[in-house]
Design a protein around this ligand. Structure first.
Ligand code: COA
Length: 334
């Protein structure tokens, strides 16, 4: 019988745009304040890409770091998947095709997925399946967003929350289960689709002067409702994945939740009784970067020396759709 093959995270990389936008900068544009944003969200600043940078540009930079750290040539990548809600182009080509071409990955499948802030967990689930079914040996996954292109700078309740960035990982095959992505759990519930959405410019409300004048191309959010369901779902998700793997919080080196709001992160961390220093936080610096937030945060833990080869990570995300998911994995650095 063939030896079982497992999927492992082999490297991480990120790209954070240079331009820092502080809460005080936003207070020049909308009726808000550093005090309000800090108290309600924990966000102090975020990054906005420049006008000539698209989502793929951030994705390509993040991917180059991940490929380099994995010591893998583009020709060894069998598939490229990008999770984004702010693709370069509304319909086609996919951002993954743009990224593949720029990296010199030719003749391999490349496609985007849409799972909003849960995008990176969905990517892990897909990559794990393709590798463990022996369809692929190495997959490049990227969560990348230029959310500054889809936030309404006239809506103070949303424009203060989001930022731009990208995070990438190489997922490769291993025979060593202790190095693997142990488990991934992904879910959705479209009943709550209107909690977080961009209502315009798709086939439901095609692009017309009216849709644009009504600003339907931008993110709309029911903040309070989203907040409550996020805390409950993120907490339950972790309890379930730990239970089904016979693990406890003490077996986890770092809890890496999606970075949307410090109050959500703290509420979930406290409900699960994780010590505060085991809960990863980057939301104060980057805001909510949707599909990019978890890989950016893992990259930061790695670059700061807080995680090393063999560290066990528990990831947990929640986002528009609604979608959510969690993952248990070993961090590996080649
Ligand atoms: N600056 C100042 N005041 C603001 C503001 C801003 N940026 N945004 C909203 N307000 C005002 C509202 O207009 C409201 O004023 P009113 O009472 O006079 O009507 C007041 O602040 C309270 O608004 P509310 O929406 O109830 O605030 P909140 O405590 O729920 O905080 C969020 C708002 C968005 C920070 C919070 O709901 C949240 O974090 N939700 C989850 C968002 C999220 O994480 N989404 C992504 C999930 S992936």
């Amino acid at each position: 019988m063939d030896k079982p093959i497992y999927a492992a995270l082999k490297s991480i990389g990120a790209c954070i745009p240079d331009r820092i936008v502080t809460n005080d900068d936003l207070a020049q544009i909308v009726d808000t304040s550093d005090e309000w944003i800090t108290k309600r969200t924990g966000i102090k600043e975020r990054r906005f890409a420049s006008s000539n940078q698209a989502t793929s540009d951030l994705a390509i930079n993040a991917a180059k770091v991940a490929l380099n750290r994995a010591n893998i040539k583009p020709s060894d990548i069998d598939m490229v998947i990008v999770a984004t809600i702010s693709p370069d182009f509304l319909c086609m080509p996919s951002t993954a095709c743009v990224v593949s071409s720029a990296l010199g990955i030719v003749g391999k499948p490349a496609f985007d997925i849409s799972a909003a802030c849960s995008g990176f967990i969905y990517l892990l689930s897909l990559a794990k399946s393709f590798i463990e079914s022996k369809t692929c040996k190495n997959i490049l996954i990227i969560g990348a967003e230029k959310l500054s292109s889809i936030i309404d700078m006239e809506d103070r309740s949303t424009c203060v929350l989001f930022g731009d960035g990208a995070g990438a990982a190489v997922i490769g095959a291993t025979c060593d289960i202790s190095k693997s992505i142990l488990d991934v759990n992904i879910s959705s519930n479209g009943e709550y689709q209107d909690f977080l959405m961009t209502p315009g410019c798709g086939s439901r409300n095609p692009i017309t002067n009216d849709t644009i004048n009504d600003r339907l191309q931008f993110i709309k959010m029911k903040g309070n409702e989203t907040f409550k369901i996020a805390v409950k779902t993120l907490t339950n998700d972790v309890v379930e994945i730990l239970k089904r793997n016979n693990l406890s919080k003490d077996d986890i080196d770092f809890f890496v939740p999606h970075q949307a709001n410090l109050r959500i992160i703290s509420a979930v961390g406290e409900a699960l009784q994780f010590p505060d220093d085991k809960v990863a936080k980057t939301v104060h610096k980057y805001g909510n970067t949707s599909a990019a937030s978890i890989p950016i945060t893992i990259n930061e833990l790695f670059e700061e020396g807080k995680i090393k080869d063999g560290s066990r990570l528990l990831l947990d995300a929640f986002g528009g759709g609604l979608t959510w998911g969690s993952a248990l994995l070993s961090f590996n650095s080649v």
